[in-house]
Ligand binder design. Sequence first.
Ligand code: HEM
Length: 421
Amino acid sequence: MLRDPLAFLDGLPGDRPMLRLRLGPSTLVLVCDPGLVRQVFLDDRTFDKGGPLYERVREVLGNGLVTCAHRDHRRQRRLCQPSFRADRLPNVVAAATAAARQTTGAWRDGQVLDVIAESMAFATRGLLGSLFSTSLPDATGERIRRMLAVLDDGIFRRAFSPALVNRLPLPANRRYREAAAGLRREVAAIIRARRAERRDHGDLLSTLLGVAGSDLGGLGGPALSETEIIDQVQVFLHAGVEASAVALAWSLHLLAEHPAVAEAVRAERDAVLGDAACAPEHLPRLVLTRAVVTEALRLHPPAWLLTRSVEQNTDLGGVRLPAGTAVALSPYLLHRRPELHPRPELFDPDRWRDGPPDRATFLPFGAGARKCIGERQGVESVVTGLAVITGNWRPAPVVAPSPRPRALLMPRGLRLRVSAR
Ligand code: HEM
């Protein structure tokens, strides 16, 4: 499964309601039936975030919104919610525009790009911009970007390695520990500087600090502590950057493989934006561009496997699941069921032109109380990024060698040739 998740998932008999999978010494119950998947998502008290995977991820990210257990979740979610309000969108779009311009500024006509590296650079810059607006010096941003790259490389590997291996004095472990400690130091320093300044920058950090300082007695617990703010910032960086980068990379890949759709996306962009910079009021009119992103998220959901741990003995679809059972859900499998998405292997953005997707069968952001808090920010950033890129560049597949991207999460090895418009 770790070597080639795509082949592994494609090989499963996806028409069964549930499958019991043996992964080395442990077992995992993979829930496949859409009704049961919904049941798991909606009952986050019974199916909580827990088990060895989350314990490892908490070691890195701390106890933030993505990783915390049900008992901490409601309070954290309500404290973070203001950071993702609709009135923060102008800041998000401006940050994504600047990030796309900075990233594409280094491209040359005819250049072959490592798509995931470029998409990660775009997404990191965009998220740093929306978190810290213009207050962050370029050099600090670049340092954070390098540390995140080291951590992202290590998290998945460490989550599935024995704890002992993770503690060995190996160069990879040392780099990882240094990056984790370095990132916390950088974020703590940014927060200290901000507190001293006492000004609203209109960005995510200002909202988090504003919430932290206010009287929130009615929310059932104290406001966010300093450590919690650092944890949340780290969580946003990890959860937001990688998923948005993967969505952009696949969108570019799909456009490169479907030149007629790419041409229509360009025409839409020209008609809606002309020479103007992308702003929130343009976004609802970028209908096809959004449909391409939605279709990329259907075909290649960045979070292809989500896990939960059963907190108390329960029944699911008539099967008894004892406390401690590890349960997995796969948006990827659901998105590829022909009875839910006809001709699922086909890239067809027209599926989404007449209205928003049905949230029972389209789950790239999960569902229920733990649904992605950054959904709007993620989608609008990628739509903005695509609008900037297609304004100036045409992506095309490289003739040879064009390796089939194997890993679902990260289409590593994916290369595209860009030509200037
Ligand atoms: C296209 C982009 C994105 C995708 C596909 C995506 C996907 C997801 C998914 C599937 C979950 C649910 C995980 C689970 O149920 O186990 C999630 C949760 C979350 N995401 Fe995103 N995400 C994206 C962008 C972002 C961005 C930009 C941010 C932050 C700036 C973000 C922050 C979070 C947080 C904090 C949670 C945890 C929410 C909670 O448990 O209350 N995501 N995301």
